[in-house]
Design a protein around this ligand. Structure first.
Ligand code: UD1
Length: 422
């Protein structure tokens, strides 16, 4: 099994190209189910999760071409198999995003329940309740959600509804947004997630012919149409990849230009990094991150966008491990997202956590160690710690990194890191 070996202590300097956002690409691919296409997605990243979504759509009966050299995905055809099987859904929870599109276009879907996950229980009740409000009837059988929606007579299967989310959910907002695009009448999504990936999905749906208002706000109003068509859509840059490399510049005391990254997508992450003594500047080619002086500790609490992203919590904690003073990090989105703590501790970090909060007391130096993690962002936080640590760090279970970071060792070694895949 692949491992990543890092010899830490080198300040990084140079440019890193930021790829298309994984978490935008996955729902955009699911949106391909809503029309015969072709749906052309430009700036597509080459990641394990994208390959999983492609396999899922292909087994549904769609044609999905991934031209990696051109960074382009082309989706076409119509699904003829309405089942999302367990072996793919358990690999990647975002697979449940096919449910809304399948129901809206074909009136039926059978999607495996995803089951538990390393960072929390992550139920899908909000997806189900919303689709029920739109007229779908769910049955649970053999670990599968089997949903059916009767034809409305006007060429639709689902009906528009006013859906008030009791809690902000990115995935549920995306599933219902896609479903509403082909539903009869008007759907209102209240307390909708506002993550940039949702705006990107809405823009793409509009290009396909959907009618959506309120993009970028927490209230989306969708006027359903009978049919969606072909479109070409550029995927937004990956704000979490950008934020991660921003931490790499900061933790090594270097300077990096993150090509293509945008300030607007990073929300509270930029503000917090500045508070810690990191310089963040927007240039024409992207964001420049520089850290010259010392790092100061800061408190963060994860929140829905534009708050501090939970997907940046582990990386930020790695940074705080070498900052001056104490930092309190509170995780409010997922209940079990501190699995990187014991591994960072093995590298000399001083962290205590209780419930949803962790106190990090900065140390002058971390020391390299063999480590491993159980999810994507936790794994990359160990890579960051390794870049700053004295000596050698081996990060095991690299397949987690490959789900969300394209060519991470190549991108980091190109800016001066001593990192290789072994
Ligand atoms: C998405 C992102 C993930 C990110 C997360 C939060 C993708 C593919 N993944 O995940 O990287 O960490 O947003 O920003 O875009 N919840 C329920 N019931 C539901 C749905 C969610 O209780 O039906 C809870 C979850 O357990 C969690 C919280 O709501 O505690 C937020 O989850 P959600 O925003 O839905 O995350 P995902 O869409 O799964």
């Amino acid at each position: 099994m692949d491992r990543i070996r890092i010899r830490g202590g080198k300040p990084l300097s140079g440019s890193i190209p930021i790829g298309g956002a994984k978490n935008a690409t996955l729902p955009l691919m699911a949106a391909g189910l809503l029309s015969d296409g072709p749906l052309v997605l430009e700036n597509a990243p080459d990641l394990a999760d994208i390959a999983t979504m492609r396999a899922l759509l292909v087994q549904h009966g769609m044609k999905v071409e991934h031209d990696k050299a051109q960074r382009r995905l082309v989706l076409s055809g119509a699904a003829d198999n309405l089942e999302a099987p367990y072996d793919l859904v358990r690999k990647m929870r975002a697979s449940v995003l096919v449910m809304g599109p399948l129901l809206a276009r074909f009136g039926e879907a059978r999607v495996s329940l995803p089951g538990g996950c390393a960072i929390g229980t992550r139920p899908v009740d909000l997806h189900i309740k919303g689709l029920e409000q739109m007229g779908a009837v769910f049955d649970l059988e053999g670990g599968y959600m089997h949903a059916k929606a009767p034809a409305t007579g006007a060429g639709h299967f689902l009906r528009g509804a006013k859906i008030i989310f009791p809690q902000v959910s990115v995935g549920a907002t995306e599933n219902l947004l896609m479903a509403a695009a082909l539903a009869e009448g008007t759907t209102e999504l209240v307390n909708a997630a506002r993550e940039p990936e949702i705006g990107d999905l809405a823009m793409c749906l509009m290009r396909m012919g959907a009618r959506i208002e309120g993009i970028g706000t927490d209230r989306l109003v969708i006027e359903g149409v009978k049919q969606l068509g072909a479109a070409t859509h550029p995927i937004i840059p990956d704000r979490i990849e950008a934020g991660t490399y921003a931490c790499a510049a900061a933790i090594t005391g270097g300077t990096l230009l993150l090509e293509g990254a945008r300030m607007v997508d990073l929300g509270a992450v930029v503000r917090t990094m500045r508070e810690c003594g990191v310089d963040v500047a927007e240039e024409t080619e992207g964001l420049r991150i520089t850290r010259k002086g010392g790092l100061r500790g800061a408190d963060v609490m994860t929140e829905p966008f534009p708050g501090f992203a939970t997907d940046m919590q582990a990386q930020f904690m790695a940074l705080m491990c070498v900052a001056e003073g104490a930092s309190m990090i509170t995780e409010t989105i997922f209940e079990n997202r501190f699995m990187h703590v014991p591994e960072l501790t093995r590298m000399g970090a001083r962290i205590k956590y209780h419930g949803q909060s962790a106190i990090v007391r900065g140390v002058p130096k971390l020391s390299g160690a063999p480590v491993m993690a159980t999810d994507l962002r936790a794994s990359v936080s160990l890579v960051l710690a390794g870049l700053a640590a004295q000596g050698e760090t081996i990060v095991n279970r690299v397949y987690h990194l490959d789900r969300g970071y394209e060519a991470i060792e190549r991108k980091l070694s190109a800016v001066g890191a001593a990192i290789e895949r072994v």
